[in-house]
Unconditional design. Structure first.
Length: 83
């Protein structure tokens, strides 16, 4: 699981070859009351974590929204896609 707060430093520690080109599923959990999923997908693409955010690669996108006033964050989990 990748946790992204304000930086992408954790992404560099993952062993997956980047950008990821195989079919994947992405789960985003927001804790600030606002869904920024399109911004996160753009960020993952711009930073070459994923090759593209088109449907042929991101086959499943799960978004959860919560609110924690004193600890806003977004948790991102990227896994292989199994139908």
């Amino acid at each position: 699981m990748l946790e992204i707060n304000d930086q992408l430093l954790l992404l560099k520690k993952e062993k997956e070859a980047m950008p990821i080109e195989r079919e994947i599923r992405i789960k985003m959990t927001f804790y600030h009351g606002d869904n920024g999923s399109s911004s996160i997908l753009d960020l993952l693409t711009d930073c070459k974590v994923i090759k593209d955010d088109k449907w042929q690669i991101v086959r499943l996108l799960e978004i959860r929204n919560f609110y924690e006033k004193n600890n806003p964050r977004c948790l991102i989990e990227i896994n292989g896609y199994d139908e």
